[in-house]
Design a protein around this ligand. Structure first.
Ligand SMILES: C[S@@+](CC[C@H](N)C(=O)[O-])C[C@H]1O[C@@H](n2cnc3c(N)ncnc32)[C@H](O)[C@@H]1O
Length: 239
């Protein structure tokens, strides 16, 4: 299992919304292992993509998977303060990589500076914790699991306020109700979820692994272990 397999339905929708055009210069914020960066690069053809992530191991994976693609680059960096070239990009994208900023207004201001005037932001973020069945089920099985802020951009009014303060206009949110897959079968789902940063600690408690197994089993179908989720595709442009 990997994150790309988990989010394959979400990815399709984000790619459509991003609508990268030939010649675009694209910034992928919190790019992780870089599937969205590679896809953007293919669509950008003679344009380019830059993926940025704070995680060195993720950027190493991203670089090795993008070998052979001539118009992709990756940098280890914190998007809140990274010295991006000013007004370089036509489009900033992110698949669940923009919810973890300590100072979101500063972070989106920095990302906005990297966009040319009129440049677009298209990002996918989770809706509120309690609306995401996968999170509710994990919390019921293991106790509170989100210490990092995965749901920090769930409130539309707050998103609009942050982006407006950061110099973006035309903020829009499109609801995404899709299922995500934790694995093709029970052992792989158990293995995958047990590796989440958010579950590792909780799984040390007695009985936790058994509770997790039972919860995942309740969501097992012929086609894998699936959960409902709710996300936003947020779009905006640099004023
Ligand atoms: C949920 S993962 C998504 C990764 C990738 N977008 C994907 O869909 O495969 C969130 C990513 O955001 C990165 N991240 C968190 N805070 C960041 C920051 N301030 N600047 C850049 N990347 C950040 C994490 O290291 C992680 O790789």
């Amino acid at each position: 299992m990997n994150y790309d397999t988990e989010l394959r339905r979400h990815n399709e929708l984000l790619r459509r919304a991003a609508a990268v055009r030939p010649g675009d210069h694209v910034l992928d914020v919190g790019c992780g292992a870089g599937l969205t960066t590679r896809e953007a690069a293919r669509a950008a053809r003679d344009g380019s993509t830059l993926g940025v992530d704070t995680s060195e191991p993720a950027i190493e994976r991203a670089r090795s998977q993008a070998a052979g693609l001539g118009n992709v680059a990756f940098e280890v960096g914190d998007a809140q303060v990274h010295p991006f070239p000013a007004a370089r990009f036509d489009l900033a994208i992110s698949r669940f990589g923009t919810m973890f900023f300590g100072d979101p207004v500063a972070a989106f201001t920095n990302i906005g500076r990297a966009l040319r005037p009129g440049g677009r932001l298209v990002m996918m973020v989770w809706q509120a914790a309690g609306l995401n069945q996968w999170n509710v089920a994990l919390t019921e099985a293991l106790g509170p699991t989100d210490g990092r802020g995965a749901f920090s951009l769930g409130d539309p009014a707050k998103v609009e306020e942050i982006l407006t303060a950061a110099g973006f206009g035309g903020v829009g949110l499109e609801e995404v109700r899709e299922q995500l897959c934790f694995g093709p079968d029970l052992p792989s789902a158990l293995d995958w979820v047990s590796g989440f940063t958010s579950t590792i600690e909780a799984l040390r408690k007695p009985g936790a692994k058994e509770r997790l197994r039972e919860m995942l089993e309740a969501h097992l179908t012929d086609d894998g272990v699936w959960f409902d989720s709710r996300a936003w595709i947020v779009t905006a442009h640099r004023d």
